[in-house]
Ligand binder design. Structure first.
Ligand SMILES: NC(=O)c1ccc[n+]([C@@H]2O[C@H](COP(=O)([O-])OP(=O)(O)OC[C@H]3O[C@@H](n4cnc5c(N)ncnc54)[C@H](O)[C@@H]3O)[C@@H](O)[C@H]2O)c1
Length: 250
């Protein structure tokens, strides 16, 4: 029996932030579902290691391209270097907790540049250069932060993710008639390097807000992204998929 509407066979998928955390797990899951993967990240060594973990397919070589997405030349170089794609997972991001009165302009610009400007500029260039095929799917890794919930010290990060939410819905509206879908996943806390700034005590306290009494594993988010990349979600566009273990219910 080979019925599988969630298959990614025949699709080429670009994943940013692919060197670790959610991005490398998305790459592994998508490669197992049959996709050819193009991974990109600023961390070259980790990128090569992530590439080595992907399921191999005959005649479809996965690619890894090192790029700092906040550098215009490197971003444009990436767009030029890649073939046409069927899926784009815009996932690279950073987080830093700081109380509002201590926000510096430098930190604000740095986080906005990675979390908001780079996704907008990269999506723009991919669309302008017609790199995303008809039937293609764009998925942003947004967050429950900002879109569904705010928390102390997280103003910059939450603001960038709200920006991504608005951008995602706008792209969905503009490109639906070209057969290109655009959605986001909005995770709660996920066990990756991004949350390494929290102490164990802070994490235990935070976990009490999760009805399922755990944080997500990268795989939990990757499965949601794989669904949005697959033809099983071909009537889903402009949606923000909460994957938060019920955290935002109360
Ligand atoms: N971990 C969580 O709790 C959580 C929750 C909600 C949303 N997210 C979002 O998920 C996404 C992935 O985060 P993660 O948890 O896997 O963290 P992570 O730190 O493991 O991965 C982020 C990746 O982005 C890459 N990156 C950072 N700056 C870059 C740049 N300038 N150019 C290219 N690549 C760059 C990093 O090298 C890293 O590999 C982020 O957008 C994050 O905001 C994470």
């Amino acid at each position: 029996m080979d019925y599988n509407p969630f298959s990614l066979e025949g699709k080429t998928i670009l994943i940013t932030g692919g060197a670790g955390g959610i991005g490398s797990e998305v790459a592994r899951v998508c490669s197992k579902l049959g996709a050819r993967i193009i991974l990109t990240d600023i961390r070259e060594e980790a990128l090569t290691m992530a590439l080595d973990t992907l399921s191999k397919h005959e005649g479809k070589e996965h690619l890894a391209i090192k790029a700092d997405l906040t550098d215009a030349d490197e971003l444009n170089g990436l767009v030029t270097a890649i073939p046409e794609i069927d899926g784009f997972v815009c996932n690279a991001g950073v987080m830093k907790l700081v109380l509002t009165q201590f926000i510096t302009e430098e930190e604000l610009k740095r986080i906005q540049s990675i979390n908001l400007n780079a996704p907008i500029l990269l999506t723009r260039s991919l669309l302008k250069k017609k790199k995303i095929n008809r039937g293609g799917s764009i998925v942003f890794t947004a967050s429950a932060a900002g879109v569904y919930r705010v928390s102390i010290g997280n103003a910059i990060y939450a603001t960038t993710k709200c920006g991504i939410d608005a951008f995602m819905r706008t792209v969905a509206l503009e490109y639906g008639h070209k057969g290109i879908r655009c959605n986001s996943v909005n995770p709660g806390m996920v066990e990756t390097a991004l949350i390494s700034g929290f102490t164990e005590e802070e994490k235990e306290k935070e976990m009490l807000n999760y009805p399922l009494r755990r944080f997500a594993k990268p795989e939990d988010i990757a499965f949601g992204i794989a669904f949005l990349l697959s033809d099983a979600s071909s009537f889903v566009t402009g949606s923000a998929l909460k994957i938060d273990g019920g955290m935002t219910l109360s």
